[in-house]
Design a binder for this molecule. Structure first.
Ligand code: COA
Length: 450
């Protein structure tokens, strides 16, 4: 017999639960052992009287060597020997327990594995260990194991209905019956849990049949997205994200909208946060024009192409998919005219009637995903631009006021992606701070109106 079970050669006896002279019943715990993987209680496989403990607590017990000697009734020795098809030469009603198979990788209980006559025959310890891998297989009695062997049933695949999940003779017979009748409950290829208290059989994964696949051409919008996002892969993205307090912007917006409700400006009866954010981006580009530039790699050397007009693309979720119409020359527009232009583009986008002119010429993009949901976004820069701002969902948070008191704040996460080939982190952060300043103190935007 190999003196190692899945690499374990010995384990420490933590404590004995029995002593010489004590009577034990089958499955009573006899000791607790500790391998390098786990500790486990070793149950007795026999009823009888303990004769000898082969180790003291704290000693290292060798796998394959006797743990204890037990005096057992003659019939039990015979029963075990018969079930194991071993030669019957017993007159002694003595049995010896050997530390072994319990010490597999899952450390399942029993380890009283081989018995032999107490008299002589030390070579009995060289018997081959049986491989036991099932959760409760090792709790089955030798007689049950014998039946399962005869019926060709792998006992480790059965979840028993007996005490502590022990597999009984009935469990094995039922399992074999179901298997022979072709029932899917009894498959030797699946692990199993009992489905009811009395059913100890395997639950097989439902058969969903083969996967079905269908190839579909991309829609026009998807084809455009595919092309532009594939081109975006060439751009090394630098992500810069921060939380921005939009409480002041929201109360300003409320005041403005009250007035607009009474006296609409053209089609516009209500302004969302977008026109304010678009204006704030434009003001930041006045200070950091590089974020309105593009990279030109068509010449012998890469170059930056600076652009005067701030043409801000606005990502829109439309019935046709994602499109990005552009609000042109934002630097020359006030917030109301930005709102009007946004409204016009939204209406056309809804109707699927945007022109090529509306969809081209962008120099930077704003994507507000927050009206749908999501706190964080990692926006993707499109070709011919070097930056994009993504806005998450507005949410209320408790924050510290000026005097340390708790106040309610409305915040949004602003996430910038910049082309790190030409825009360094500090520049991006400074430009983002300008935007934050105008959003947190929106009245300051008035000062910059043309
Ligand atoms: N957090 C919470 N609520 C938000 C919000 C945010 N970030 N952004 C907008 N809202 C609210 C608005 O305040 C409005 O509510 P109200 O009427 O009670 O004031 C409501 O959502 C609807 O706003 P909407 O009409 O969509 O206007 P908008 O100007 O804020 O947004 C678009 C316009 C075009 C940006 C938006 O409709 C859209 O399509 N967003 C999706 C963009 C997208 O798909 N990006 C991903 C690109 S990969």
């Amino acid at each position: 017999m190999s003196n190692s079970v899945q690499g374990i050669r010995e384990c420490e006896i933590i404590q004995w639960f029995v002593e010489p002279g004590a009577r034990v019943e089958e499955f009573d715990k006899i000791c607790e052992v500790q391998s390098d993987k786990a500790s486990v209680d070793i149950p007795s496989r026999f009823s009888g009287v303990i004769k000898t403990l082969h180790y003291e607590a704290g000693e290292m017990a060798k796998v394959g060597k006797p743990l204890i000697d037990i005096d057992v009734p003659e019939e039990e020795v015979e029963k075990v020997e018969t079930n194991q098809a071993g030669p019957k030469d017993g007159r002694e009603a003595g049995a010896e327990s050997v530390l072994g198979e319990a010490l597999g990788s899952t450390i399942e209980p029993p380890s009283l594995r081989e018995i032999k006559k107490a008299e002589g025959k030390p070579e009995a310890n060289t018997a081959k260990p049986r491989e036991v891998s099932g959760k409760h297989a090792a709790l089955a009695t030798p007689a049950v194991r014998h039946i399962s062997k005869e019926l060709g049933v792998d006992i480790t695949l059965i979840s028993g209905t007996g005490k502590d999940g022990r597999v009984s003779k009935d469990d094995v017979l039922q399992f074999a019956k179901l298997r022979d009748s072709g029932s899917s409950q009894a498959s030797q290829t699946q692990s199993a849990e009992p489905t009811t208290q009395n059913a100890a059989f395997l639950r097989q994964a439902p058969d969903h049949g083969p996967q079905t696949e269908e190839s579909k051409p991309l829609s026009n919008v998807q084809a455009m997205m595919f092309k532009s996002m594939t081109a975006s892969l060439k751009i090394p993205h630098f992500l810069y994200a921060d939380e921005v307090d939009v409480s002041a912007l929201f109360s300003l917006r409320k005041r403005v909208n009250k007035t607009l409700k009474r006296a609409p400006a053209g089609d516009v009866e209500k302004i969302s946060t977008m026109p304010f954010l678009i204006k704030a981006m434009s003001l930041a580009m006045d200070k950091y024009p590089i974020i309105n530039a593009r990279v030109d790699v068509s010449g012998p050397k890469p170059a930056l192409v600076m652009r005067k007009q701030h043409n801000i693309g606005v990502a829109m979720d439309t019935p046709q998919g994602l499109i990005v119409p552009v609000i042109k020359n934002v630097g020359a527009l006030n917030i109301l005219s930005i709102a009007q232009e946004l409204h016009r583009l939204q209406q056309l986008a809804k109707a699927g009637k945007l022109s090529n002119a509306d969809l081209s010429g962008g120099t930077i993009t704003l994507s507000n995903i927050g009206n749908i949901g999501g706190t964080y976004v990692s926006p993707v820069i499109v070709e011919k631009e070097v930056a994009i701002l993504g806005i998450g969902k507005m949410r209320a948070i408790p924050a510290f006021g000026e005097d340390g008191q708790i106040v309610k704040k409305e915040v949004m996460n602003f996430s910038w992606s910049a082309d790190h080939r030409v825009v360094d982190g500090a520049t991006m952060a400074k430009a983002a701070e300008v935007v934050r300043g105008f959003v947190e103190e929106p009245d300051m935007m008035l000062v910059h109106l043309h």
